[in-house]
Write a protein that binds this ligand. Structure first.
Ligand code: NAD
Length: 327
């Protein structure tokens, strides 16, 4: 198939593009390199089936030309990161909603399949765990920009569903905290890169809040596997949780990373207010119910946190000397 990956030079996107090429698809990567990096594509820049285009999903003419010539779009381009959400809400809102609307509007006349990268953030503060795809969304006040990313992604999902009801083949994937090689500390789910780099440099490992908040981290290979499975999925208007259900608190994560890196770094705590400013709210716990993805996509995530962290630490050890400024 001919496939367009928006945001393909990003963390998840670059791993996805590599895998699509291994499966002998022809791939066009579109990325404006706002957070992505050409170096993420260094192994595949010269691949005969791959074309990299530096450009934006906000550029409708460019996007139209690309979509016209492809059979499916993985739409991963997004403006994300807690810092952006808090400090740059307009960029987050426009960067997510306008780009997704462009992709859907331009895919519609060609009936091109769209796979949209959404997020577990859409469940917000819902405390009823685990989250399944029909769980309620409970978000904070609109005066707290912290919620604008979740809101924009949820509106993107509504757009997906609306186009899907008109007949466009669309699948929505809600990723739960992906991690692995190439994830950077400034991005969403940046806690693992931050802890690993601090541990490797012997700097304090800084836990925000009490550290008792928990997450289910998903190793990148599992995230990509779930994403690829959606390509052949034939039914419309479906949403899937893509995550791994092993719960770990942030305190436990800090200890585990310290142990696996043999680090002497102290583990310290910083309040959310000190980290992100007044009124910041976190989601206390987040656990995916992946029954639907298991049954309908045959999604079988298998990489536990210990194994995934070892692979990630190995990668950081190699990178940290060469690309110091990013990590
Ligand atoms: N990493 C996670 O744990 C996670 C969790 C939930 C959802 N997601 C979603 O998965 C997708 C990929 O996330 P990621 O973690 O790889 O982040 P990332 O920042 O590495 O990837 C996003 C990519 O989009 C590119 N981009 C941004 N705006 C663009 C535009 N207008 N046109 C073209 N390219 C643009 C960036 O340069 C970057 O390469 C995003 O849609 C994100 O919202 C990620």
């Amino acid at each position: 198939m001919k496939i367009l990956v928006t945001g393909g030079a990003g963390f998840i996107g670059s791993h996805l593009v590599e895998q699509l090429l291994k499966e002998r698809h022809s791939v066009v990567t579109l990325d404006d390199l706002s957070t992505g990096k050409e170096s993420h594509l260094k192994n595949i820049l010269d691949h005969p089936l791959h074309t990299f285009i530096k450009g934006s999903a906000l550029d409708r003419n460019l996007l139209n030309d690309l979509i016209e010539n492809c059979d499916a779009v993985f739409h991963l381009a997004a403006v994300l990161g807690v810092k952006n959400t808090v400090e740059n809400p307009l960029k987050v809102i426009e960067g997510n909603i306008d780009a997704t609307r462009n992709v859907l509007e331009l895919a519609w006349p060609h009936n091109t399949k769209v796979i949209f990268a959404s997020t577990s953030e859409v469940y917000g503060k819902n405390e009823s765990l685990p989250f399944d795809e029909e769980s309620d969304r409970i978000l904070g006040a609109t005066t707290k920009h912290r919620w604008c990313y979740a809101t924009a992604k949820a509106l993107d999902e509504h757009l997906c569903m609306a186009y899907s009801e008109k007949g466009l083949p669309v699948t929505v994937l809600r990723y739960f905290n992906a991690y692995g090689p190439r994830a950077t500390a400034t991005q969403y789910g940046g806690v693992i890169p931050k802890f690993i780099t601090a541990a490797l440099k012997g700097e304090p490992i800084t836990v925000y809040g009490s550290g008792e908040q928990s997450r289910c981290f998903t190793f990148i290979d599992d995230t990509v596997e779930g994403t690829l499975l959606s390509l052949d999925f034939k039914h419309n208007s479906q949403v899937f949780n893509i995550g791994y259900g092993q719960v770990i608190s942030i305190n436990q994560l800090a200890k585990k990373i310290k142990e696996l890196t043999n680090s002497l770094s102290p583990i310290i705590h910083l309040s959310y207010e000190e980290a992100y400013g007044k009124g910041y709210e976190d989601t206390p716990n987040r656990i995916p119910n992946i029954t639907k993805a298991r049954k309908q996509l045959n999604f079988q995530p298998s990489i536990n946190i210990e194994e995934g962290l070892k692979k990630t630490i190995q990668w950081y050890k190699q990178e940290i000397n060469t690309v110091r400024s990013d990590y």
